[in-house]
Design a protein. Sequence first.
Lengths: 367, 367, 367, 367
Amino acid sequence: MMEEVEAVVMTGPGCALERRAFSAPSAKPGGAVLETIASEVCGTDVHLHHGRLSGVPYPIIPGHVNCGRVLETNGLLLDVEGRPIETGTLVTFFDVFGTCGNCWHCLVAKAATRCPHRRVYGITTSAEDGLLGGWAQRIEILPGVRVLPLPEGIEPLDFMGGGCGLPTGFHAVERAGIALGDTVVIQGSGPVGLNAVIFARLAGALRVFVVGAPKARLEAAKRLGAEDVLDIGEISNSADRIAWVRGRTAGRGADVIIEASGNPAAVPEGLEMLRDAGRYVVVGQYTDAGDVILNPHRHINRRHATILGCWGYEFTHLHRALQMMAYHNARFRWRDLMTREYRLEDAGQALLARIIHGHPAETRACR
Amino acid sequence: MMEEVEAVVMTGPGCALERRAFSAPSAKPGGAVLETIASEVCGTDVHLHHGRLSGVPYPIIPGHVNCGRVLETNGLLLDVEGRPIETGTLVTFFDVFGTCGNCWHCLVAKAATRCPHRRVYGITTSAEDGLLGGWAQRIEILPGVRVLPLPEGIEPLDFMGGGCGLPTGFHAVERAGIALGDTVVIQGSGPVGLNAVIFARLAGALRVFVVGAPKARLEAAKRLGAEDVLDIGEISNSADRIAWVRGRTAGRGADVIIEASGNPAAVPEGLEMLRDAGRYVVVGQYTDAGDVILNPHRHINRRHATILGCWGYEFTHLHRALQMMAYHNARFRWRDLMTREYRLEDAGQALLARIIHGHPAETRACR
Amino acid sequence: MMEEVEAVVMTGPGCALERRAFSAPSAKPGGAVLETIASEVCGTDVHLHHGRLSGVPYPIIPGHVNCGRVLETNGLLLDVEGRPIETGTLVTFFDVFGTCGNCWHCLVAKAATRCPHRRVYGITTSAEDGLLGGWAQRIEILPGVRVLPLPEGIEPLDFMGGGCGLPTGFHAVERAGIALGDTVVIQGSGPVGLNAVIFARLAGALRVFVVGAPKARLEAAKRLGAEDVLDIGEISNSADRIAWVRGRTAGRGADVIIEASGNPAAVPEGLEMLRDAGRYVVVGQYTDAGDVILNPHRHINRRHATILGCWGYEFTHLHRALQMMAYHNARFRWRDLMTREYRLEDAGQALLARIIHGHPAETRACR
Amino acid sequence: MMEEVEAVVMTGPGCALERRAFSAPSAKPGGAVLETIASEVCGTDVHLHHGRLSGVPYPIIPGHVNCGRVLETNGLLLDVEGRPIETGTLVTFFDVFGTCGNCWHCLVAKAATRCPHRRVYGITTSAEDGLLGGWAQRIEILPGVRVLPLPEGIEPLDFMGGGCGLPTGFHAVERAGIALGDTVVIQGSGPVGLNAVIFARLAGALRVFVVGAPKARLEAAKRLGAEDVLDIGEISNSADRIAWVRGRTAGRGADVIIEASGNPAAVPEGLEMLRDAGRYVVVGQYTDAGDVILNPHRHINRRHATILGCWGYEFTHLHRALQMMAYHNARFRWRDLMTREYRLEDAGQALLARIIHGHPAETRACR
């Protein structure tokens, strides 16, 4: 008799989550099966639930960033160093797969995060194709999916505390090209914003300021090394916030600003906080939350600004971010960034909590 | 008895130009005096006349890019190679001076074009301080102003055909970081746009497309190496223009786009013409011509775009652009880009012609 | 009855080439078979014959850069734009294959040309594995090998005139980061050197000088745009050659130097020709031809030099170089760079000619 | 009656230091006079004493990196933010001056550390021109010399603990372009090497290894964040040292290596410790200590190496390094890197100590 496992299925935008039974998967040649330990509940899941992403093949099993234990492999499963990953190992995996390595974007533009063949667990995978999302008792690792053992000293909840914000924040900081001694402003204190604080500090920022909310996240930002924080709940006027940054940067604005807020209005506001010839990274606009008004003369041309969109992340970002976490976990205590844990059957509640409280910028995990 | 020379003075925004007599200047120690041969009439002069630039110390003598003959020096006048410049030499000079080399922008940010002490002949110099603009029979070269002899084979009108668009276009192309084989779109066919066509071709672009007007400028663009041109007078719908570019770029958009149009609406339109992970330079918004609506998700974040404001130019841009002109003049015939010559006393008419015809994107010279 | 085709086999270092009959290959799923039109005889083939490369699985069928006509496909064969390549199409292919896309070099360092799984047609492929080199009547295209149709207007001999020097020179110029207006010296006038002249000009070099031999190659360099050339047969003293370059560069040395000579002694000599803070690319040392003496103080540290090794090439280099060839063939006439054609049965003679004349830096094709 | 002050004069290579009386200087317009608090004794001073630098205008007053108290100004003395520096302020100053801002190196190449007009206090300034070195009771600040107030919390001996190694190490790390998560090897544990350890850690290195001597300096390296150190006194065989690094880097070698050893032989050894496509900075070869043997094929071309000479430092490096010191002084305790203090009259002994012990890689201060 076939073993059955349970998964939480999002059948469509706005529909209640359903618990469904699936046949336990077995590993395809070159693949593996994980027993799920924890799966992130992130802002993307809320967007998925609201139907704000295009091309999602509902029904889906959400959960793109995950930790599990290797139950079964079919043939050698290797890490990026070529070492075999044994059954029983605690692992995560790079949620992006299917990047073709053959198309113009991959080969000529070397813009792999824009490869049209790219797929993502828990987002662009249908529940009809199997257990390809983390809100399930098992996760099927397809052949070619890159598995990363958790480094020594990193437990699943440490990793979940970083969540998808870990490699996303890492990528944003890489893209920002922070120079030793730069003053950096982070807009947004959600998972991406807080990881950006961490990596901005690790990349050589002298001073880091955070503009966000709520208080608890700003307290976390301070603990992670932010010199000062601005609570947008308290200073609700954009001009005042701009003045707050300029007052801390000799009137010039910051060298680097990373927008990780999810709010389109942050973009023109952030450009006013930027010094001439500064660098501005936009990593918080993963869904279309609306248009903004910009002034090309003042915000771009005269400012000699460099504005850098930052989409997705690559294996290298996850790999290196995880190594950095292993090295610096005692200092940054990623686990404490997780706001709450839910059991798998309470996934709907997890999602709801985010929605009700209106602060999707928290990191949660289901397990 | 003191010699007198004539200059054209712009006394204020909207005021008719006046011809005034000035005492002939003599060279300060380390400085020089030029006999003016030609002075550009460019879009900035029209903006000056409309009062669209802030901080202009009217009355001014317009004319920031100029050619002249060295009448007099006071001490050794050296070129950048350290060679003396003799009386009688045909020269131009770097119109920007006063960049302090001592402030935070100069020393720490290395953003010299944003030095607050930076001044520009014919724009931020008052007629009360002397003959510091080209619409005059003589030009005073202040100590520290960098003088460049015209290279062998380059005559004043060749140089005027390039005008301020020469170093501006050069800088924009440098900032774009064109890679060998890139497909480039230039928005705008004025002096900056056409020089951007030239330097994009010289920097390794495979294909260059120009979106602009009027016909004569687009014909010039083709002569300079544009593969195809779009006349915005004929295709007046933005969506059609975007489709035109995408149709020529495998549906992906261009690798690099340089906005040199002066029209803020070109910015959102250009971002729709850009491929994922492409580079977009904004060099056409030298005055505040208004706001635009952008979508941070679609135009920046998901596109993984790099958007680069480009302000002013540095000595190196003028120096190298002039050397490139000397080498490639037979191929590009800069002189033919000049639309008309005026006598000094007809400067008002030159300005008017631009204004009336509504195509400020032409290069003219007064002499 | 099985069809037979002929190939030229290099059985080991120093052994005479052998003509052997092979069974005509048939396309594997996802692969193809080409009817060979031409195959390059390049310096690497001479090195292979001398046994100067390690890890070569003799016996081999030489010929890594090739042109052919598609005889047979097995399933859809797509170009990088996703367009099907029909039987009968004239094509070349990226000789490098097997790059794994999964190892640390591919994923983390993004140094694909150093992937340990990388293989090359005609160099690291054994004749026992099939027709995986161009000195044969047929070439088997393995699944995953990237095929490029020759662009319209490019005939096989145009492409062979470029040979492997085309993407190698392209890569070297990309690595050099030539800025608009740079003065460039190319050391070596073989296929890589001459293609480097072409791409240096296309990438914005103001002045290009070539130091090489023999006369015919230097004449070609001049035709391709070199301002001046130095014949090392005539100026055999290193100090004189350094003085020659310095005399043409205001005593400072060149902004960029590309070493494509194959002679280790070119490296210290070239570093003496380099200006302070210049960039020096080493692309001519594909085999170990010996050690050199350098002075770390003078050549590197005080010079603030940037020295860039350049190994192999990637698909993007071949793809873009081929597009540039299609655009600029009338100007550069690559075909004329080919020194001689041989029939397949005269391959040994082709090899010998190179060896005897001692100028391996020529491009030949067998067909 | 004229006030007299004392200075230590190095009259020529190999000559004993002399104590001489000088008239107390007064500030020139735009300049200032400092009362010396401390002056570094660094490796350069030993080289000066040995006559290993060219162009030194003996007799000189050594001491290029200094701290003092402003005794007198003549007109406003401003810091880089434009704030006045009052009499009595504790300051250091950028020892490099005279960079012309007008020559080809300054304006076109933007290679200011190679400006031929560049002068350095205590090295290229003659004692006949005044108190232009720190081994004196007073230091004259010439007009145009950039003065930096010590940040709050930084005392003169903290700054002296960094010494010239502070901005030099900062510059080397900037030039290395360390990416988040890189593994870095520092060759040399002198002042430059130890500051490079600090800044490599601050710039995002995951792991830092140090190859140097003696034990005390290696202990310091560990305290500053080196994961492991190799004592060249114990492992004296180059092959063993290379194996030591490769054994800690998956056999591949390090991503980045900074040579700060002063020993030419470190260069070929370091290149063997470098991974393919890695970056190698040479900052330890400030004098010509001899030639080395390199293999262009193995060390440069096939390795696809990037080798970066690093000469001098700019104002921005000193300015930002000082800000980083102020922020991170509790963590790194620069003061503890100083090995010993001497009174001014014992300067000869300070110099001798270095020479006798054969470890010039220590930081001392005279005061």
